[in-house]
Design a protein around this ligand. Sequence first.
Ligand SMILES: C[S@@+](CC[C@H](N)C(=O)[O-])C[C@H]1O[C@@H](n2cnc3c(N)ncnc32)[C@H](O)[C@@H]1O
Length: 244
Amino acid sequence: MPVDRLFADPELAALYDAMCRGRPDFAFYLPLVASADAVLDVGCGTGELLRLARAAGHSGRLCGLDPAPAMLDHARACTDVDWVVGDLRSADWDHDFSLVVMTGHAFQVLVTDDDVRVALAAIGHALADDGRFVFETRNPRAREWESWTAHPSSAFVAGDGTVVHRRVAVDAVRGDLVRFTQTYTSPRWAAPRASTSTLRFLDAASLRERLASAGLVVHAQFGDWDRTPLHDSSPEIITIAGRG
Ligand SMILES: C[S@@+](CC[C@H](N)C(=O)[O-])C[C@H]1O[C@@H](n2cnc3c(N)ncnc32)[C@H](O)[C@@H]1O
């Protein structure tokens, strides 16, 4: 499956951790990772979650899966995690993991019904009997893409100290699919670099249905990283599911 330029282009992949600095979700995910003996991070990107867990003393099995070699090049700074290039279509884990996570809204890259079905089946197969699958997806009811249009420009400091400017344009909203283009400008580049992505915004009922079809039961759903209950206009749908 081809990945967006944002993840495939080494110059853009190198910006990813700086772009995500101060993210609120790791305070939610890190304790879950710390208390699980074997963890699979699907769409791990630069692997920051597992790198932090290992640095904090996690001594069990940590495995990161991502189809973008340019992102995994950064993950590989940590040598005692298994970094695997690929996606769930090629996965053949056999109930190896007590925790599977998909963070950074990676679940939303699964844009077709078949992508979602295949991914959830593979996750069910990777999970131990009492294992948990924890992931989040932006709540479509909060219509976050409208705030991207209202506030299209931002800037952040890259790892080398240069200031990178980012501009977002929403190209199309069709049903639950949002296509948008991000354009990055750095003083180190002769020309801006642009990446077009499509994300799927599944609602909570639809997620529950798809999880159930894959034999996965929802244990809890939250609407934000402080574990507030999910309601109609929550920004996130954060789901903890298991095989039983
Ligand atoms: C927004 S990043 C999230 C990275 C990381 N999980 C985080 O929290 O920062 C989305 C990641 O999903 C990966 N990805 C794209 N298509 C994928 C697929 N079919 N299966 C798994 N991961 C995929 C991309 O390469 C990218 O690294």
